[in-house]
Design a protein around this ligand. Structure first.
Ligand SMILES: *Cc1c(COP(=O)(O)O)cnc(C)c1O
Length: 429
């Protein structure tokens, strides 16, 4: 062991001892024998989420149909109730957020609502580093209107394949732009975009703007209302620990409460009208109108518990620890992983205001190194071409786990252990 490896171990232990959030770790189940650093793909199960899910199953058993009004909370109001509880995480009013559908469905629902091409204003501005499903959805929105994505979808280029320049994005906002739809945190590099700046620039050109916040909600505080963002959506199985395929959320700023939902469904009805079963839709007066279907109660129930953890911990404390953890990891990478023979580099912006909750650790052998880590019980994920994504989660990871990761990364390269693993990607990496 080098001295500096030992120094970092001592620092890690100190940081763990004084961690104000350390009491939350024991509420989560970590797969046995593992160091779990993939909470930005699938957050862990908490006992709070488990209890809430068990409660929903029991309510189904004991109440059956009566659960819609008599369960606690009543299923009929669950989407609005959980929306209101999620709202502080994004800086929104309780009636501007509702739980609904899935991320990709919400992209279709809101982009189709806000995309209103007129005259020369036909283009959607997005970027080439977007999560693929977002681009598939945008292209299909255009095709449904009979417009060619090659002409009407503008994908702003990245200067380095990892990050985006906000001023460069804003240069594409002009009188031919009908809508801007962008990510908050880029899923590969972990860059956090300046949503306030982008919103202001879009609005100067009278362009509505929406954000996919799947990679930021639960990791980064937001002020969607103060920034004037028109709409946003996010999944709840990453940092929100809602469980695989958990129901997603959407936000619509209250100045748009009058909009006609493009993908209307009966759960978007005003609550007191829904069971009139009228053939004319009376939409809910708030963001609830953008719901489509009956909420998936069993997919949503874990959130009743997991949102309580955020309420107890506080988003500011979560962000503070997250930043400290990503900083600690990058400091170790600079000191212990950069020089030959190690050859790792960091693909995440260093400035606090420009990074989300994970760190992109780059290496030409990243794919096989990620496999070798898994063989040692450390769970990262891999994103092509060379990114080992490490997400230290403030609610359940420790600084010492990050130190252990770095120790393994050094050994895996020193011994060339990664060469024992195939260079082909599995179906899920
Ligand atoms: C995780 C993620 C999604 C996932 O979409 P689903 O519809 O839930 O499968 C979409 N967009 C972004 C940016 C994501 O990070």
């Amino acid at each position: 062991m080098t001295d500096s490896l030992r120094d970092f171990r001592d620092r890690a232990r100190r940081l763990d001892r004084t961690d104000p959030l350390k009491r939350f770790r024991r509420r989560f189940a970590t797969p046995s024998g593992t160091i779990y650093l993939d909470g930005n793909s699938l957050g862990l199960l908490s006992r709070d989420a488990r209890a809430a899910l068990d409660g929903a199953v029991d309510a189904w058993k004991t109440l059956a149909i009566r659960g819609w009004l008599e369960a606690d909370p009543p299923w009929f109001h669950l989407a609005e109730r959980l929306g209101a509880r999620c709202a502080p995480l994004v800086g929104a009013a309780p009636d501007e957020v509702v739980m609904s559908g899935t991320t990709t469905v919400n992209i279709h629902a809101l982009v189709n609502t806000f995309y209103r091409p007129e005259g020369r204003r036909t283009k959607i501005v997005a970027d080439e580093l977007d999560f693929p499903t977002d681009i598939y959805a945008l292209k299909s929105v255009l095709k449904l209107r009979g417009l060619d994505p090659a002409e009407h979808l503008i994908l702003v280029r990245s200067p380095d394949g990892l990050t985006l320049n906000e001023a460069e994005i804003a240069r594409h906002f002009d009188e031919t732009t009908a809508l801007a739809f962008l990510p908050s945190v880029l899923y590969r590099s972990g860059q956090l975009l300046d949503l306030e700046f982008l919103t202001a620039r879009a609005h100067e050109k009278r362009i509505p703007i929406g954000f996919d916040c799947s990679h930021s909600v639960g990791a980064v505080p937001h002020e969607l209302d103060r920034w004037g963002v028109d709409f946003a959506l996010w999944c709840s199985y990453k940092y929100l620990n809602g469980g695989p395929g958990a129901t997603a959320f959407l936000y619509v700023n209250r100045r748009h409460f009058g909009l006609d939902p493009a993908l209307a469904g009966w759960f978007g009805s005003a609550k007191e009208k829904q069971f009139d079963m009228a053939l004319d839709f009376t939409p809910s007066p708030d963001a609830g109108r953008f719901q489509i279907s009956s909420p998936s109660i069993l997919n949503a129930a874990p959130l009743i518990g997991s949102l309580g953890i955020f309420e107890a911990a506080g988003m500011a404390a979560v962000r503070e620890k997250s930043l400290r953890m990503t900083r600690f990891l990058m400091d170790m990478a600079d000191a212990l992983l950069a020089a030959p023979p190690y050859g790792f580099s960091i693909g995440t912006p260093r400035e606090e205001a420009r990074r989300g909750g994970h760190v992109a650790v780059r290496h030409p052998e990243g794919l096989r190194i990620a496999e070798a880590l898994r063989a040692h019980g450390i769970v990262p994920d891999f994103r092509p071409p060379d990114i080992v994504r490490i997400a230290p989660i403030a609610l359940y990871n420790t600084f010492t786990e990050l130190w252990t990761l770095v120790r393994h990364l050094r050994e895996i390269v020193e011994t060339r252990e990664y060469e024992r693993f195939p260079a082909e990607r599995k179906a899920i990496s």
